[in-house]
Design a protein around this ligand. Structure first.
Ligand code: COA
Ligand code: ZN
Length: 298
């Protein structure tokens, strides 16, 4: 069995965005900033701090500008040692991200028309054309634009998603000039063989492309999926502390793979992340107190 497992992996924490976006009770801005501070103190080097989307669509993210400003001013220059990113679903979101001064914006486009409509109200082609405009907008500024392919491993509105559908979006993103492409199992439908198979094929089609993996689902399955992603050669993993999370536009969306478990698994595999799994466990316990029960239920 060929092993291309990397020696070092970047863990990108998406808890402050993906983890919190579906929680019905609006978390105070100060607690979101405190969450990011704890993550940075645990050694997290890349964090998706919020999303610049419609506050009507996702009320939890209405304070995006304030969160970014608060994180930027954390004591000890903490935020300056990390990469702060934010999600956008349209060009307006990218404009807001640029004005707010995040380091990176990730624009999400779904592999299927059905999920793209539910998530962004647009056709896939419209989203891709806004992505091209986003890259043009960011040119000459410090803002880095990344792309994320939602429902890359299966779509609850459609079922199976074919290689061609994913490859079409990946190709358009790379042609637009994104820095990296995240493959997201938004609905938690992937299995280990599928993760390896898709990544392997995409890496063959796009040998220069840096890919990240974004996983949702049951603990056992996501960790197996992660191992297969690493074996295929992925160098960036997205996860949420406490295993919170889920897309509000997917019925009964499962949580993200938990960052503390990713950090521990990677440590046991001898892969360096610079992240302290013990501190993340403390952060996860604190977070449970902030949000209440699973995904905000009391
Ligand atoms: N930031 C702030 N407000 C925005 C916005 C943005 N990026 N994009 C749109 N809006 C506002 C519009 O001004 C409008 O406000 P109004 O109702 O007060 O007039 C409203 O959102 C609807 O905008 P419209 O252009 O008619 O689009 P829509 O109703 O089809 O919704 C999105 C499209 C993109 C705004 C919406 O689907 C969205 O924000 N989705 C969030 C996706 C997401 O976060 N998913 C989870 C992560 S994958
Ligand atoms: Zn997600």
């Amino acid at each position: 069995m060929a092993v291309r497992r990397p020696q070092e992996v970047l863990i990108r924490e998406v808890g402050p965005r993906d983890g919190l976006q579906g929680i019905p009770r609006v978390i105070p801005t100060a607690q979101k900033i405190a969450f990011v501070e704890k993550l940075l103190l645990a050694g997290i080097k890349a964090v998706e701090v919020t999303s610049f989307v419609s506050p009507r669509a996702v009320p939890q993210m209405a304070d995006a500008e304030e969160v970014v400003a608060g994180v930027r001013h954390l004591p000890g220059g903490l935020a300056q040692k990390a990469t702060l990113s934010a999600l956008a679903g349209n060009l307006r979101g990218v404009e807001r991200a640029l004005a707010a001064g995040v380091d990176e914006v990730v624009m999400v486009v779904s592999a299927t028309a059905e999920h793209n409509r539910a998530n962004t109200g647009m056709e896939v082609e419209q989203s891709l054309s806004q992505l091209r405009e986003a890259v043009a907008l960011a040119r000459g500024t410090p803002l880095v634009v990344r792309g994320a392919v939602a429902v890359a491993f299966g779509c609850p509105y459609r079922g199976e998603v074919g290689l061609a559908e994913v490859a079409r979006v990946v190709e358009a993103m790379l042609e637009a000039g994104v820095r990296e492409v995240t493959l997201a199992d938004t609905a938690g439908l992937a299995g280990p063989r599928q993760v390896y198979g898709l990544l392997e094929k995409l890496m063959r089609l796009f040998p220069e492309a840096p890919f990240a993996l974004h996983l949702h689902g049951a603990r056992e399955v996501t960790l197996a999926n992660l191992v297969e992603g690493l074996r295929a050669g992925v160098g960036v993993v997205e996860s949420a502390t406490g295993g919170l999370g889920g897309c509000p536009f997917i019925p009964a969306a499962p949580g993200n793979v938990a960052t503390e478990e990713v950090a521990e698994l990677l440590a046991r595999l001898g892969i360096k992340t610079g992240v302290d799994a013990g501190k993340l466990r403390e952060c996860a316990a604190w977070l449970r107190g902030v949000v209440g029960g699973p995904n905000g239920t009391p």
